[in-house]
Each structure stands twice: as structure tokens, then as C-alpha cells.
Design a protein around this ligand. Structure first.
Ligand code: A2P
Length: 279
């Protein structure tokens, strides 16, 4: 009898740019997150995105399969040995209708070319940084909130997350909670670094302690009052936006009214924006 427990056969990647899924967590019937292996050569800046996906169905005529790829923000920080992604499940979405069924041990395709504007390099130095997210737009901030540079560069970090329901806030809430016991951040930034963080979750379609769209709550001044902070000013404040298109556009206009200016990697300014990618 051969004991195979000690002789694990390494899995040979069968897909181009294949990575192996390590764990999957379903948050609601619309949202899930997963972790996968990280290619040894992949370097990225916290906040960037990559193209990931699966092989598509065979072409009915030729039988050939093509990769089905979408842009996904990397939700894990740049120092993490694994990669994490946070995704919506669209029942008839070409990719996420399949991706939502992945399990530990499965393979996904990951093109190792990170890009994006939600990076510290695209902002001028400031005192306070705002992360504005709706829905799965929380993903790049899940990376940046676990990135030591965020706390080295700013005295205060304010994260707002607007979702339809309470369940949709949970992934973000768990990330925020995990920061308190994050060994690396506590060691590098110092005990209690997480006290620099102000977390402002709101819901729009289910009762919760704070209801309303962040845009409306800022316009009325309620958000600044609740947070106990001064309104946004271009001298001190920097901002990153990631959510659905209507939200991005509305918030962009608001930030411009506060005197902030959109930046890019090649031209750092006082805010940056990226859309949450939907299937
Ligand atoms: P609402 O329920 O009022 O539409 P979605 O899941 O559709 O991407 O939306 C995520 C969250 O973003 C929802 O709470 C939604 O609120 C909110 N939202 C949608 N459009 C805007 C906008 N223009 N400004 C602020 N929040 C928005």
C-alpha cells in the first residue's frame, strides 16, 4: 500500500497565466470574495487593478476557447503573499455567472499587468485622506487600508461605504475590524494606528444606523457633523473615489466644488477616481 499523503503531486497549471484559488467566501447572494496564489513576479501598488477571468465556453463552430477577462481591483495590500478579490455575482454576467462558483483548488487566469489611478503616487501630500466607495468599489480601499503608506502619509483616514443593504457592508466592516489586530500595521505604524481611521458606512434600501447616499449626507453637512470633522478643503484633504458610474460623477462634481482637482499617475493632484468594474 502506498501512502500518498506525503507525496503530493504539484498541480500543473493548465491555463495561461493560471493561479490557484485558495479560499472563497460568499457575503450575500450578490457578493463574494476569494483569495488566490500570487505570481512570484507580480509587483503592484496598493489600489491597482489587474485583468482576471476564466476560459470562456468553446466556440460552437471552431470549438476553440478564449479567455474571458475583466478588470478587478486587487483587494489585498502590496505586501501580501496572496491576492484577494471582491466581486459581484451577476446571474447572467458572462464572467461572474461562472466565477461565483469557483472553489479552493480551482484555477483562474490572472494577467500580471497591474495598472490604475487609485494609488498614493497620483496624489499630492496632504493631512487627511478620504476613501469614497459604493458596493464592490470598496475593493481597492481594502488594499489601501492594509497598506502602511496610507498611515505614514496621512494623519487621518476616512472611509465611507454606501451600499443598498447591511449585508453588503459586511466585507468592508470585517476588513476595518481586522486592522485592529493587524500585526504588520501595528508593528510598522505603531499600536493604535487604527485610531486614525474613521469608518462611515451607510445604507440606502435597508434600515441601518446611518441611512442615505454619502453624496446627500455630505451636501447637507450631516456626514461632516457625524464624523466630527471640518468640511473638505484643498489644502488638507485628498480623496479617492470608487463606485458605480453615477456616484463617481456626482462625487467628482462635489469634490471639484470643494476645490479639489483630479490627478493621475503622471500629474498628481488632490483627488483620483476609478469605476467599480461590473460584469
Ligand atoms: P441607491 O440605492 O439610492 O441607488 P449599486 O449596488 O446599484 O451599485 O449601488 C450601490 C450604492 O450606491 C447604493 O446604495 C446606491 O444607492 C448608491 N448610489 C447609486 N448612485 C449614487 C449616486 N449618484 N450618488 C451616491 N450614491 C449612489
Amino acid at each position: 500500500v502506498t501512502d500518498t499523503s506525503e507525496t503530493k503531486i504539484p498541480k500543473v497549471p493548465t491555463l495561461p497565466d493560471a493561479q490557484t484559488v485558495i479560499s472563497v467566501k460568499h457575503w450575500t447572494d450578490r457578493l463574494f470574495s476569494f483569495r488566490c496564489t500570487r505570481p512570484a513576479s507580480l509587483r503592484f501598488r496598493s489600489g491597482e487593478f489587474v485583468m482576471i477571468g476564466l476560459m470562456g465556453d468553446p466556440d460552437p463552430k471552431t470549438g476553440k476557447q478564449k479567455p474571458l477577462l475583466r478588470a478587478y481591483s486587487i483587494a489585498s495590500p502590496s505586501w501580501d503573499e496572496e491576492l484577494e478579490f471582491y466581486s459581484i455575482k451577476v446571474q447572467d454576467g458572462p464572467l461572474t455567472s461562472k466565477l461565483q462558483h469557483i472553489k479552493a483548488g480551482d484555477e483562474i487566469i490572472l494577467r500580471p499587468k497591474p495598472v490604475g489611478t487609485l494609488v498614493h503616487d497620483a496624489l499630492l501630500p496632504g493631512k487627511r485622506i478620504w476613501f469614497f466607495a459604493t458596493g464592490t468599489g470598496f475593493a481597492p480601499f481594502a488594499s489601501l487600508l492594509r497598506e502602511p503608506q496610507t498611515y505614514e502619509d496621512y494623519d487621518e483616514v476616512i472611509i465611507t461605504h454606501t451600499c443598498r443593504t447591511c449585508g453588503e457592508l459586511e466585507y468592508g466592516a470585517e476588513i476595518i475590524e481586522s486592522l485592529k489586530t493587524d500585526e504588520l500595521l501595528n508593528e510598522v505604524i505603531g499600536d493604535g494606528f487604527w485610531k486614525k481611521i474613521k469608518y462611515y458606512p451607510t445604507t440606502t434600501r435597508e434600515e441601518s444606523p446611518k441611512m442615505g447616499r454619502i453624496t446627500d449626507l455630505m451636501r447637507s453637512g450631516e456626514a461632516f457633523e457625524d464624523l466630527g470633522v471640518a468640511p473638505i478643503c484643498p489644502d488638507n484633504d485628498r480623496a479617492m473615489i470608487c463606485g458605480n458610474l453615477a456616484f463617481n460623477l456626482e462625487l467628482k462634481d462635489m469634490l471639484e466644488e470643494f476645490g479639489l482637482k483630479e490627478g493621475a499617475n503622471s500629474d498628481p493632484q488632490t483627488y483620483v477616481v476609478e469605476k467599480a468594474f461590473l460584469d
